[in-house]
Design a protein around this ligand. Structure first.
Ligand code: HEM
Length: 243
């Protein structure tokens, strides 16, 4: 995903031995975009604008989350990888509950259910040896982004859906370094698997359509996305990596 030529050599610090993962200020923006994600869209149309505005506005927060995840340390052992999944569970579980409530209230303009990922996290934690009782007592984040209406949901979901892109790279690194596969503890990062880019493309179309219909909502979408990233960053930073 990250073309070597696109990563400034002075700034790139590759982690987990994968040259596609680099903490350069532009690592995400310089990454090859998934096939079809913005295909057929004019760069001047509103749909491209909302996506490009989201990417620009959240770039720093994405880097912060990458640093907080600290993949090289998380891939040192099954225990530290498991603790990362626990942290994601603690954020996704209450957040997806809120999104589900918004969807029930008709505030999410697509079928949210097949995109929810808490079940995958739970499945992974069970595969890595956690008991249902242990999962039930995991700490849950209470400092969540405020989600009141569709614009908030779209911004939040931009972050959660975008995470599946980097997730493909993480899945490969987890397989290579820990031998953990989607059916043995890495279902969350595998997520949509071979459908990842089509799912992303589909979400981008919905977001673009929403942006076209509600041009005045763009700043609210961006605020929700930034808040979703920021609160996740703080939540993950709150748990030191254990090996
Ligand atoms: C070590 C952790 C991570 C790495 C290495 C990583 C890497 C990447 C890469 C390479 C892309 C570009 C993919 C492509 O264009 O094909 C990307 C996009 C993205 N990632 Fe991450 N990511 C990480 C964690 C996360 C997390 C935890 C989230 C949010 C929960 C997230 C949200 C996003 C978003 C929103 C996009 C942008 C989609 C777009 O506008 O094109 N990432 N990430």
């Amino acid at each position: 995903m990250l073309g070597a030529a696109s990563v400034p050599s002075t700034a790139a610090a590759h982690c987990c031995g994968d040259p596609r993962i680099a903490h350069s200020p532009d690592s995400r923006l310089s990454a090859q975009r998934p096939q079809g994600s913005l295909q057929g869209r004019s760069s001047t149309s509103n749909d491209a604008m909302i996506l490009s505005a989201l990417r620009t506005a959240t770039r720093e927060q994405h880097l912060r989350v990458e640093r907080a995840v600290n993949l090289p340390a998380r891939l040192r052992s099954r225990a530290s990888f498991g603790s990362l999944l626990e942290r994601f569970y603690g954020y996704y579980s209450p957040l997806e509950e809120r999104l589900t409530a918004l969807a029930r209230a008709g505030q999410v303009p697509f079928d949210l259910q097949p995109r929810l990922k808490t079940t995958l996290l739970r499945q992974d934690l069970l595969a890595l040896g956690r008991t249902p009782e242990q999962i039930a007592t995991l700490p849950l984040c209470t400092e969540l982004p405020s989600l009141r209406e569709t614009a908030d949901a779209m911004g939040c979901l931009y972050v959660l859906e975008g995470a599946t892109l980097g997730g493909q790279i993480i899945r490969q690194a987890v397989s290579r370094q820990l031998g953990i596969e989607p059916d043995s503890g890495c279902a969350f990062f595998h997520s949509y698997g071979s459908r990842t880019h089509s799912q992303w493309s589909n979400f981008c179309s919905i977001l673009a359509d929403y942006g076209d219909r509600h041009p005045g909502a763009e700043s609210q979408v961006i605020t929700a996305a930034t808040e979703t990233f920021a609160r996740l960053g703080s939540w993950i930073e709150g748990q030191p990596v254990t090996c």
